[in-house]
Design a protein around this ligand. Sequence first.
Ligand code: NAD
Length: 296
Amino acid sequence: MIHRLCVIGVGLIGGSLALALKKYEACRRVTGCGRSIQNLDKAVELGVIDDYHTDPAVAVQGCDVVLLAVPMGSMQAVMQAIKSCLSEDAVITDAGSTKGVIIEVAREVFGELPAGLIPGHPVAGNENSGVVAATADLYQGRRVILTPHENSHKDALHKVVQMWQAVGAEVKQMDAELHDHILAATSHLPHMLAFSLVRELANSPHHDNIFRYAAGGLRDFTRIAESDPVMWRDICLSNRDAILAAMDRYRDELDRLQQAIRESDATALYDMFVEAHDARAHFRRLLDARERDCGH
Ligand code: NAD
């Protein structure tokens, strides 16, 4: 049971956690913190938070758990603002999409990594943002990756594990660097492809007809290009090397495909598509099994 949770950044991710903890009665009180009074008033109206402050230093006072759910580029400023106002045994966690930078920034701000800091990443979400998009079931059956560091205290880790499990998530732990490499491939690269494809099509002289005659495939593939630009700018800047490496590997693959088409190499094309088809079918079976296990 969390006595008082402070959610800094009451948007899709922070708002959904607050709603879910309330739904499962795993938290007594939620204090919100953000920059937009309008968003915070809306959060109170929707029952996501009980009260709020716009100053993070005030908002964290008396809270046993603090969740940082702001864009990656705002994490350092928020840590700086709260560092001298946290309760002595407060647990600090975050929902940021990249993890190496959280540890780097925390070391810089706090001098040494706080025992109560447990970096985390809910691998859940969608292209919507703001508190109006928050839902209590966002984390149901989804994975949350925690990347504790050398100073993380086991009680703090236990509390964060319990918090996510209370809202139906499956909690995994891994090294921050490994997290950033995996997510660069599974999430960041697909977003780069969607953003760049939509831009390329939108700049085409035929863009009206392209979008008018587009079928479901383009719709599915480009859905994530509606994701928040600030959030994605910050993710790119905070996981630069891993994203660049993933883009290089993808460019090589695209080159191989282009060469096969240029050379009208039917065998190479067929083999490439069979390989991708089978890998995708295997991936879908894994996903289906996981959803069945979660009772979806
Ligand atoms: P969001 O835009 O819905 O919410 C972010 C909130 O933070 C907004 O209300 C914004 O006003 C507020 N904010 C921004 N800067 C702030 C500051 N300096 N101080 C206080 N409040 C500030 O975004 P989100 O989708 O909830 O993402 C939040 C975090 O979660 C990001 O770090 C993102 O990388 C991560 N994340 C997002 C998803 C996703 O699919 N959306 C998934 C996993 C993790």
